[in-house]
Design a binder for this molecule. Structure first.
Ligand code: SF4
Length: 265
């Protein structure tokens, strides 16, 4: 509940989050890591209510089209980040200077992203902002055991990370969006509790998502085909479809000599 009456008085989570935002506001303003998902929406609106200076940016991740349409319609001021490009040192030839996407990263990294090799998170999501920036994120303790270890404010890669709704529950997030009559992405009404990258290897619904969005599946298969052409070692993968089979866990055969399965923790 957003407002609780306890023996020690009233606890109002909205007021507390607003105070946190005001307390840590940097002179140059916050950079909000925005996705259009419910948590980043709440932080966006709290920052408005707090009257703090901020700009919101979205990472170039493979998001569902419903989410992309939603944020373009309701949050047209959000900047779609395209600044991280391949440099000559990272790739030879045609990809130099091109913005990074999960699809062209697959061929440059010469392997699909896996649970153990989350290079796409590192390259596309986590490089938000520059050293010295104060970054706002909608991360919450109730999302996972790993997130329970985070503090409200911390330093990370030379940036200050501020998590104003770290102690909010899912119910608090929904209560806020309903109370303040904020629209939300239609996918939540279709049963999705979290919305993120289509085909993420960390998702328990990876195969289902790829079936739901066949165009994305085709793009991954094309990326896997380009990746196979780039591989120097011998591989048992003949086609992008072979890689896809392995990626979604249908094929238990080892694709590369000495390479671990992505499902080995
Ligand atoms: S696909 Fe998964 S691992 Fe890759 S950027 Fe998206 S969330 Fe991170």
């Amino acid at each position: 509940m957003l407002v609780e009456h306890t023996l020690f008085g009233e606890i109002n989570k909205v007021d507390i989050a607003i105070k946190r935002l005001q307390e840590f506001e940097p002179q140059e303003g916050y950079l909000l890591a925005f996705s259009g998902g419910k948590d980043s929406q709440v932080v966006y609106h709290l920052a408005e209510m707090a009257g703090v200076k901020f700009r919101a940016e979205v990472a170039p991740t493979p998001d569902p089209p419903e989410l992309i349409r939603f944020r373009r319609k309701y949050y047209p001021d959000v900047i779609e980040r395209k600044c991280n490009v391949f440099t000559k040192r990272q790739v030879k030839g045609t990809m130099e200077g091109r913005p990074k996407t999960i699809f062209n990263l697959i061929s440059s990294k010469k392997q699909p992203p896996t649970r153990m090799q989350r290079y796409c998170c590192e390259e596309l999501k986590e490089n938000v902002g520059n050293v010295g920036d104060t970054v706002l994120v909608g991360v919450r303790w109730s999302e996972s055991n790993n997130r329970k270890k985070l503090s409200m404010v911390s330093f990370w890669k030379g940036k200050v990370m501020v998590r104003p709704i770290i102690d909010w529950t899912d119910e608090d997030v929904w209560e806020f969006l309903k109370k303040y009559k904020k629209p939300y992405c239609e996918l939540y009404d279709q049963g999705f509790t979290r919305i993120g990258c289509i085909g993420c290897p960390l998702s328990s619904n990876q195969e289902k998502e790829l079936e739901m969005y066949p165009k994305y599946k085709e793009n991954y298969i094309r990326a896997f085909n380009r990746m196979i052409k780039n591989l120097d070692n011998n591989t048992t993968w003949q086609t992008g479809e072979d890689v896809m089979e392995w990626w979604i866990g249908k094929c238990k055969e080892k694709p590369l000599e000495n390479q671990c399965s992505m499902f080995e923790e």
